[in-house]
Design a protein around this ligand. Structure first.
Ligand SMILES: Nc1ncnc2c1ncn2[C@@H]1O[C@H](COP(=O)(O)OP(=O)(O)O)[C@@H](O)[C@H]1O
Ligand code: SF4
Ligand SMILES: [Mg+2]
Length: 347
């Protein structure tokens, strides 16, 4: 199959605020604005940004848990919005999600074995023997003993519960896992174990990941490419090494500069730059980062900067650091050749 596994085109999600009976136009929360990226088979794409910048909304849009206001999500070139029942079922097998809080996403009344074999049993009937063999296999894959299949979630540690959530996601042999803050609720040492498990799965089973985190240190540890979001938009998308060695967007630069050097795994992005994160209901004009940006010029208050491709395979939206030249962002968005791992990549 040529082309990326997942391709997201101009994805936008506005949540209406109230009914707006007396108003001509209903105010909206601009959760996601014109987001485009792709994910190659086996790739680890990380999405990073402060709380409220739209990361989870992107995840929900990818899983079709919410409908987009505009834009498309394509799997192997097929728009998921147009899928009918059978095709939708087949697609759901290929894309699975791992959540931040494994406890609330696991049924407390089911045993570990029942939880992880449930997705398969939604598709086919398993005998008791088959179910036990599958549960044992999945538990081994996530580094747990098969004996654990008889335990309830309440009898497991936080790390074990997250392993269970991953085992459940693996049960249908997905091509892509969306992990939304999947390690954020865990202690640092457990975080590292889960990250290593995800890396093993990506490397050994060739599973692609959209790994969402507000923690830059975590992202640096695992990403092939990183998309930095600010107020609903991607402001920089770059190969991980290039991004951390030389951030181009002033926001990315501020995030990385805020990283404590001795322990880069503990970077928190809650308030990495001066000033408040503006409201997504009434975002600043032009570049939404301009009220906080030390480099802002007049144009920044007027025009939204387009994502401009740079020579090293990254795209950046900044009038000052990445001025639009002969290659326009529009041309870039329409570009069909999405570079893969180690290749010259765009989105
Ligand atoms: N169901 C919803 N209804 C209204 N607003 C929402 C809804 N979900 C998210 N939002 C808003 O959209 C913005 C982005 O939220 P979210 O995607 O959860 O961000 P993140 O995951 O980066 O913290 C926030 O302002 C949030 O309040
Ligand atoms: S476009 Fe202007 S305000 Fe936005 S990041 Fe660049 S310099 Fe700063
Ligand atoms: Mg979130």
């Amino acid at each position: 199959m040529n082309g990326p596994l997942l391709k997201v085109e101009n994805l936008t999600k506005h949540y209406p605020l109230g009914a707006g009976i007396f108003k001509k136009s209903i105010p909206v929360i601009r959760a996601v604005e014109d987001v485009s990226f792709s994910v190659e088979a086996g790739e680890m794409l990380c999405i990073v940004g402060e709380s409220g910048c739209g990361k989870s909304t992107v995840a929900r849009l990818l899983m079709r848990l919410v409908e987009p206001t505009a834009g498309r999500v394509l799997i192997d070139g097929t728009d998921i919005a147009g899928l009918k029942k059978d095709a939708l079922h087949a697609w759901r097998r290929r894309m699975q999600m791992v959540f931040q809080d494994p406890y609330s996403s696991l049924n407390p009344r089911l045993t570990a074995g029942q939880i992880i074999t449930e997705p398969v049993e939604n598709f086919e009937r398993l005998s008791r023997k088959q179910r036990q063999a599958l549960a044992a296999d999945l538990l081994r894959k996530v580094g747990m003993s098969p004996e654990m299949m008889h335990r309830l979630p309440s009898e497991l540690s936080g790390g074990q519960r997250q392993r269970l959530g991953i085992a459940r996601a693996l049960s249908l042999n997905p091509s892509l896992i969306i992990a939304d803050e999947a390690v954020s609720a865990l202690d640092v040492s457990v975080q590292a174990q889960i990250l290593n498990l995800l890396l093993d799965l990506q490397q050994q089973m060739g599973i692609a990941f959209v790994f969402i985190s507000h923690d830059l240190g975590v992202v640096e540890h695992i990403a092939h490419r990183v998309a930095v979001m600010y107020l609903g938009r991607i402001v920089e998308l770059a190969p991980s090494e290039a991004l951390f060695a030389k951030p181009v967007h002033p926001y990315t630069e501020a995030l990385i500069a805020a990283a404590p050097v001795p322990d880069p795994t503990r970077v928190r992005l809650e308030a990495p730059v001066d000033g408040e994160v503006p409201s997504p209901i009434n975002p600043p004009s032009g570049c939404a980062f301009h009220p906080r940006c030390p480099l802002a010029v007049d144009r920044c208050r007027i025009d939204v900067p387009p994502l401009v491709p740079m020579s090293d395979g990254r795209v950046v939206a900044c009038h000052v650091r990445a001025p639009a030249t002969s290659i326009s962002a529009g041309e870039c968005l329409g570009h069909d050749s999405f570079g893969g791992l180690g290749k010259q990549s765009t989105y």
